[in-house]
Ligand binder design. Structure first.
Ligand SMILES: [Zn+2]
Length: 147
């Protein structure tokens, strides 16, 4: 695999092109209510993928992500959304796969939102930008109610 973990972060060992499939989230699919916010990846309005015990558990949030989650049937994959260099940390925006809850953000991005919460609770500007970049899974798009 072209990834490695260090300090609870995941990095790429190699340069990766945009739209490259990096990994699959391998945890079990269960009802979202059975998992706490930080140990689940929502894939529909009812179900989430839990922790796998592997690298995919350690991919962090960023308010300036370089990857996105793609949900296909009941599987979830991480794709790059820009070219990455070797030793870049891989991140995605947790808000793009959240329907409820919120927690603090500690990413170092200059425009960090400070709070991670569902996409439909973020500023319209961000929603618009993310829709344009095509980084929002369909089940989340449906919750935006035309935003
Ligand atoms: Zn942040």
């Amino acid at each position: 695999m072209n990834l490695y973990k260090k300090d609870n972060k995941v990095f790429t060992k190699v340069k990766l092109q945009k739209d490259f499939p990096i990994l699959e989230f391998k945890g079990k699919v269960v009802d979202s209510s059975k998992l706490d916010l930080l140990s689940r990846l929502e894939i529909s309005n009812k179900q989430s993928i839990g922790l796998s015990g592997d690298l995919d558990d350690y991919v962090n949030h960023s308010c300036n992500p370089n990857c996105k989650v793609v949900v296909i049937a009941k599987r979830a994959f991480l794709y790059t959304i820009k070219q990455l260099n070797s030793n870049d940390e891989i991140t995605f925006d947790y808000s793009t796969v959240m329907l409820e809850g919120e927690f603090n953000c500690l990413c170092k991005f200059s425009e960090c939102r400070k709070v991670i919460k569902p996409l439909n609770k973020l500023d319209l500007e961000i929603i618009k930008k993310y829709k344009e970049r095509d980084i929002v899974p369909n089940f989340i798009l449906k919750e935006l109610n035309g935003k």
